[in-house]
Ligand binder design. Sequence first.
Ligand code: NAP
Ligand code: 8YV
Length: 316
Amino acid sequence: MSKPAVLMLGGGSERMRERLSDVFDLTVADGDPAEVIAERGDTFQYCLSMYHGGVGAAQMDAMPNLKAISNYGVGYDSIDTPAAVERGIVVTHTPDVLNDEVANTAIMMLLASARNLVHDQAYLRHGRWEAEGNAPLSRSIAGRLVGIVGMGRIGQTIAEKLAVFGTEIAYHSRTAKDVPLRYVPDLVTLSRQADFLIVITPGGPATRHLINAEVMDALGPDGTLVNVARGSVVDQEALIAALQEGRLGFAALDVFEAEPHVPEALIALKNTLLLPHVGSATVETRQAMGDLAVDNLIEHHKTGRAVRPVPECQHL
Ligand code: NAP
Ligand code: 8YV
């Protein structure tokens, strides 16, 4: 019996390609997939998306036999899920296996911001320790209020891990969660109270520019914004202005509005810590994500049900 065809958007790891090839007839589009979709779109029953270009309605129409789209990552804002649901296509993702890694990254960014890690290293490397004496003092995080925006799988992991640092924690999301933490229904109020705001919501239209100028002003000149969610959640232009004018103290960003482009204005600012979307980027966690992304398709092929469909597709 012939194997069903799968289109992989992005190169993926050797292990992913091998596991997919055992079950499927694999085509890898490591670049713009337009040509292969135009030529052979109707042959693909499965698609695995490794890249943030995602899969839109037009691509789904050009692959009319698609049964499932597996997103490599928990955040699936780059897949047009309503369009997939309309067409009966199951969208899957990779939740939970990256909670620890992304939470570690968020806390690393918070500590690095408070303790001036990057500037202190530059101070030493540029010979200033020897020439000018001790580096300026930084700030402790103990006793300070960390506001977490988004109290889902990763937000809860961040809160659990932060507990050992002696910070206070409060959180905001649209609905209160069953967690022993103070819920603040109004984001601006939380931002006014917080010393640090960690953003870990999904991307997409519902959270676009949730962190706007009003939130930044409320966080204030001594406040730090840590964004490990999606670039779209923060109004990047307003952020640059707030940092330039000192209305916001500091921003630690793992994600940006038009990745991989990072505006020169952000790079030029000293009150930023900038990372190239590496929240989950360790060998171990990326392997676990790759395994789950592949398992989702294999399981769907074998049983008609994926391991981790996204919530909108659980009925399909
Ligand atoms: P999750 O379990 O679905 O949690 C999402 C949380 O965000 C929920 O508490 C949800 O609660 C809240 N939320 C959703 N919309 C909101 C809104 N408009 N305003 C306020 N809160 C809102 O997701 P997760 O597994 O923790 O992952 C969260 C996101 O992190 C992913 O979707 C992805 O974008 C991002 N991420 C980034 C990296 C990275 O490398 N930087 C890695 C992994 C994940 P309510 O629905 O009650 O509001
Ligand atoms: C990955 C992520 O960087 O899971 C997510 O939502 O943002 C990250 O873990 C990404 O999905 C892989 O490109």
